[in-house]
Design a protein around this ligand. Structure first.
Ligand code: PAF
Length: 280
């Protein structure tokens, strides 16, 4: 596997791949890899000649400095996992390779989806994500790019970003990878104790219950029940909503022709976990 540690190395590698007219499948990461990331590379491998990963903890998408500081970093283990998965190259840029002037984010408009859910809870987060992803797309020039559905709103933002910036890239969502107990895999899970990991399955169990009773039971009643479940637990519910899959706006009137998804954010101790489930 090629380990490309700066923009020049990457550029030489990409030039050589493009000369051979090979297809590139790319999935960006912030490292601390797990099986969920590997499922992105499995899909990329099946659909492309060359599979490229990146590891970069992007400072402009964190609105909480502690979150940035505590974000798990384990480069050696990540490289080993990518090698085992048969990834062809990993780009591990320095901050100046991505932000040559100022480490600032651009201001984007994505038609309102950026203002829902995570956009409300984490102001500026999606501008930071879009800034880094568009720079990585410009440098790596993939044909296909893969993003997990765990960050469903991020996936929707990236689809819009590609339209806005007119990148000739197909964006592919990859289903959530769950542990045996239903906990959605996330790099943040590394900060949970074994007991917390097992308790956090309450998030998945709750989503399953919601799916069972949607749309027969009213939205207000579903919300009330979800709040009760978490009020009786040791965990803090930040938000729970059922939203239209396209607009990401909270459901007000059920329309059987639309697709809906339940979105939830829960604090397990200090760790903020996000999850979602299709209600189709
Ligand atoms: O989902 C992530 O890990 C990050 O938001 C991404 C897409 C790698 C951008 O930094």
């Amino acid at each position: 596997m090629e380990i490309l540690r700066n923009r020049q190395n990457l550029s030489d590698y990409i030039t050589q791949i493009k000369k051979q007219a090979k297809n590139i499948g790319f999935a960006p990461t912030m490292g601390a890899l797990h099986e969920g990331h590997l499922s992105l590379y499995k899909m990329a491998r099946a659909e492309n000649d060359i599979v490229v990963s990146s590891i970069f903890v992007n400072p402009t998408q964190f609105n909480n400095p502690d979150d940035l500081k505590n974000y798990p970093r384990r480069e050696e283990e990540d490289i080993e996992m990518l090698k085992k998965e048969g990834v062809d190259a990993v780009y591990i840029p320095q901050v100046e390779d991505i932000y040559p002037q100022n480490t600032t984010r651009k201001n984007y408009h994505f038609g309102g989806i950026e203002d829902e859910m995570e956009g409300k809870s984490r102001p500026g987060h999606f501008d930071g994500v879009a800034t880094v992803v568009s720079e990585l797309f410009r440098q790596i020039q993939p044909n296909n790019a893969y993003f997990g559905e765990k960050d469903f709103q991020q996936l929707a933002i990236i689809k819009k970003l590609v339209e806005i910036e007119k990148f000739p890239i197909r964006i592919q969502g990859v289903p959530i990878y769950r542990a045996k107990n239903g906990l959605a895999l996330s790099s943040r899970n590394m900060r949970l104790s074994e007991e917390e990991k097992s308790g956090a399955s309450l998030i998945y169990q709750t989503l399953l219950k919601v799916k069972e009773c949607f749309p027969q039971i009213s939205m207000d009643e579903i919300k009330k029940r979800v709040k009760e479940i978490f009020a009786e637990s040791n965990y803090r519910l930040e938000y729970f909503i059922i939203a239209d899959e396209e607009s990401l706006r909270e459901l007000t009137h059920y329309d059987k022709n639309r697709k809906y998804r339940a979105f939830i954010v829960v604090f397990i101790g200090e760790v903020r976990l996000i999850d979602n489930m299709s209600l189709d």
